[in-house]
Design a protein around this ligand. Structure first.
Ligand SMILES: Cc1cc2nc3c(=O)[nH]c(=O)nc-3n(C[C@H](O)[C@H](O)[C@H](O)COP(=O)(O)O)c2cc1C
Ligand code: SF4
Length: 414
């Protein structure tokens, strides 16, 4: 069978980096960095996705500092992990793909036991979703974090990454500064949008310096937070324009806020039984009970459809000129082609590549037109406690979880 001809499979430039095609494995937390270090599992997954044909793969959710960690299985950028990361990027490159790493700080989405201190955020308060008390960052701590972002980029260069993706969305620290929901500061970092963008601007300036002229810099940002007291589209358009002025090479356009509207990011239902089932009974008995009892109220469902962010993303396409990367509900060749036709330069996908690491090759060979992911979101419920995996790759799924998955698959599959 001769390979399919499609704009999807043409090269694309992100800053100084050329990708062999326009499909990027988006940052989707693997929970495989046991002890906050790279592992064989993490390497195997990204090598498999690279062998499977993506233009670039993104290691997810690496924290620039200890205080920014929300999971024990999450990468923490420091000198001692550079050699192991280099092994991963070498192996990705050997498959013809480029390597990117998402860098961020979780802000209030953590616990003392994981991040080693009282969780910090834009403002002092209580995060019901973690749940934890949060201390607002002092000015000098903000400067130190800006430095940490730059240092993390330098470590990423040493580790052989072609690109970094700065996480400025989903209600993590940069997004906590941007959003009026989490930023109640009265100093130069709070109040007007100009002030709320100040932390992001400092971070990006430092990141651009550290990336010099040989690394790509992508920023994942929100087009809206997904609830009334959060950021709306108009302010987010201004954030996109600011990022363009700062010279970043591309934006990934997402939405949602993990502590308030998590399913706005991924759409569909959160599998609450799965989420509660895998939680450690000794450590999190109260959270298990809370999720079982009040999960439906805490985590509202947001309906899934293919290319669910496309209409919103088009408004951003019209507002800025820099390359834009589409993400959200990319599962079919026709969906991907319509995104490129709408003027997006590349696209990211997560679940289709959790379901099948070889999906891109199969698409290019014309063996499939559409992913077999049925949006049960089992992978999301599981990822909070165990390594990321699709339910179709798990043997002996407990009956209650199987029933939950089957119900969700029936509801959200197209
Ligand atoms: C298991 C899982 C983990 C995720 N972790 C992250 C993450 O660490 N950082 C991030 O920016 N987005 C994360 N996401 C969101 C994805 O990157 C992506 O934006 C979203 O899933 C929509 O793409 P899709 O429809 O192709 O799955 C995650 C998604 C999934 C399914
Ligand atoms: S089928 Fe369900 S578990 Fe598998 S990748 Fe898709 S959403 Fe995740």
């Amino acid at each position: 069978m001769s390979p399919i001809e499609s704009p999807i499979f043409t090269p694309v430039q992100i800053g100084p980096v050329t990708l062999r095609n326009r499909i990027i494995r988006s940052a989707a937390f693997e929970n495989m960095a046991y002890g906050n270090k790279p592992s064989q599992d993490l390497k195997d997954y990204h090598v498999a996705v690279s062998r499977g044909g993506v233009g670039m793969t993104t290691l997810a959710y690496a924290s620039v500092s200890r205080s920014g960690l929300s999971f024990d299985g999450q990468l923490w950028m420091r000198e001692e992990i550079v050699p192991a990361l280099k092994e991963i990027t070498d192996a990705i490159h050997a498959q013809g793909a480029k390597a990117s790493i998402q860098l961020g700080h979780c802000g209030n989405m953590t616990h003392r036991a994981t991040c080693g201190c009282t969780p910090v955020g834009a403002s002092t308060g209580f995060n019901l979703y973690s749940p934890t008390f949060v201390r607002g960052l002092r000015r000098e701590e903000i400067d130190a974090l800006v430095h940490d972002f730059g240092h993390a980029v330098e470590l990423a260069r040493q580790a052989g990454f072609d690109c970094v993706e700065i996480h400025a969305g989903h209600g993590y620290l940069i997004s906590q500064f941007l959003s009026p929901y989490t930023n109640h500061r009265h100093d130069e970092y709070g109040g007007s949008l100009e002030n709320r963008m100040r932390f992001m601007k400092k971070v990006i300036r430092r990141v651009m310096e550290a990336a010099r002229d040989d690394m790509g810099v992508v920023v994942k940002m929100n087009m809206y937070d997904g609830f009334r007291s959060g950021m709306q589209r108009e302010e987010c358009l201004e954030v996109a324009r600011e990022l363009e002025r700062l010279g970043v090479h591309a934006l990934v356009l997402s939405a949602g806020f993990v502590s308030k509207a998590p399913m706005a990011v991924m759409r569909g239902a959160m599998p609450l039984k799965t989420l509660a089932y895998y939680m450690d009974r000794r450590k999190f008995w109260w959270l298990k009970a809370l999720v079982r009892g009040f999960g439906r109220l805490m985590i509202p469902t947001v309906p899934y459809r293919d290319a669910y962010f496309l209409d919103d993303a088009k408004a951003f396409r019209a507002a800025v000129k820099l390359p834009l990367i589409y993400v959200g509900g990319m599962v079919s060749r026709s969906g991907m082609e319509s995104v490129l036709e709408a003027g997006f330069d590349a696209l990211q996908m997560a679940r289709a590549l959790v379901r099948d690491t070889d999906f891109v090759n199969k698409l290019q060979r014309g063996e499939v037109e559409r992913s077999e992911c049925r949006h049960s979101n089992y992978c999301i419920g599981r990822m909070y406690t165990l390594e990321m995996r699709c339910n179709h790759c798990v043997e002996n799924l407990p009956p209650s979880l199987r029933r939950e998955v089957e119900k969700a698959e029936k509801r959200w599959s197209h």
